[in-house]
Ligand binder design. Structure first.
Ligand SMILES: Nc1ncnc2c1ncn2[C@@H]1O[C@H](COP(=O)(O)OP(=O)(O)OP(=O)(O)O)[C@@H](O)[C@H]1O
Length: 316
């Protein structure tokens, strides 16, 4: 086993609709029966993950590892907290306990049992390097592990978070269905919007953008593969723009999206893989980052691919 003196556990007990708490109990039992030193830091409300991760990183001792137990939102907050700490390159360990768990799907660790994952994390000698996205807004910098979306997917996050269906369907272990049922509601209301994409000084204008996803790996919305070609190990950040379409063209495109991923070849879908780009959306739209609401607004964001170290065993 690698030399690990202590684990600093950042826990969101509410993630995965309480699933996180039962995973934590299993992990805690394992740590205590194996005399592994740990301290648990529990989030009490939205946003706590940033502050707690920053504090832990600031005072991190040698041979101590941070391990996050939560969903994509908690991981996002932990990453952003570490990035604004005195030790912004501190590696993050992660045991997925969320409802969507898109990051773990994107790096293929989702199917492992939490204790097996913990054992592998403890036996790692060096952390793995995984791509992350860096989004520079006019007033702030944010890092993301999954994607930033503008338009339909972000509106769906908003609708899902504000609907009662999410809790019910999560309890039934149907998190993806919660997202899909919200999608049906959102499709009725989401309009197209103008978008400019600038890559290497050249601007491409879309008059009728509908789904815009700046993405690090294939998934959003708890397993929807918006970009089957994206991988968080290529030092590129993908961009998918789906134009507004209706009727049977829309239905056919969505069947492709939910079945074989061939939507990327459709003429209404534009896709690129580059290391940086700039997006400007010129109408108030919902935005989402790793499943967390960014609010409604006009977005002006500079995107670049970045990398971070993770205590996560990767099986490619
Ligand atoms: N004690 C708490 N009570 C309520 N909300 C909390 C608490 N602690 C953290 N949160 C918030 O819970 C939200 C959801 O967390 P998270 O994204 O990790 O779980 P999830 O939504 O179940 O998972 P996923 O994003 O993978 O679907 C985050 O916005 C986080 O800030």
């Amino acid at each position: 086993m690698a030399k690990v003196k202590k684990l600093e556990i950042l826990l969101n007990q509410k993630a995965g609709n309480g699933q996180s708490l039962s995973i934590w109990k299993t992990i805690k039992n394992y740590l205590e029966s194996n005399n592994i030193n740990y301290e648990v830091h529990t989030t009490k409300k939205n946003g706590d993950g940033v502050r707690i991760a920053q504090e832990i990183a600031n005072s991190l001792q040698p041979f101590t590892r941070i391990i996050v137990l939560g969903g994509d939102g908690t991981l996002n907050q932990s990453l952003n907290g570490i990035k604004i700490s005195n030790k912004p390159n501190t590696p993050i360990g992660y045991i997925p306990c969320g409802s969507g768990n898109d990051f773990s799907r994107g790096i293929k660790i989702r199917k492992q049992s939490p204790v097996v994952l913990l054992q592998k994390i403890l036996s790692m000698n060096t952390p793995e390097t995984i791509d992350i996205g860096k989004a520079t807004f006019p007033d702030k910098i944010k890092y993301f592990v999954n994607n930033i979306g503008i338009g339909l997917d972000a509106y769906t996050v908003y609708e899902t978070n504000h609907s009662k269906r999410k809790d019910f369907l999560n309890k039934m272990k149907l998190g993806t269905l919660a997202y899909i049922t919200s999608l049906v509601t959102v499709i009725k209301n989401q309009d197209s919007f103008p978008l400019d994409v600038t890559i290497n000084g050249e601007t491409k204008h879309f008059e009728d953008a509908y789904i815009v996803s700046a993405t690090n790996h294939p998934y959003f919305g708890g397993g929807v593969a918006i970009d089957p070609l994206a991988t968080p190990f290529d030092q590129l950040l993908d961009l998918v723009v789906v134009k507004k379409i209706s009727g049977m063209v829309f239905v056919k495109l969505f069947v492709k999206l939910f079945t074989n991923g061939s939507h990327l070849n459709d003429k209404n879908v534009w896709h690129t893989q580059v290391s940086s780009y700039h997006l400007t959306s010129n109408a108030p739209e919902q935005g989402q980052m790793d499943g967390e609401e960014l609010g409604k607004g006009e977005f002006d964001i500079d995107f670049t691919v970045d990398q971070h170290l993770f205590w996560i065993p990767i099986n490619l």
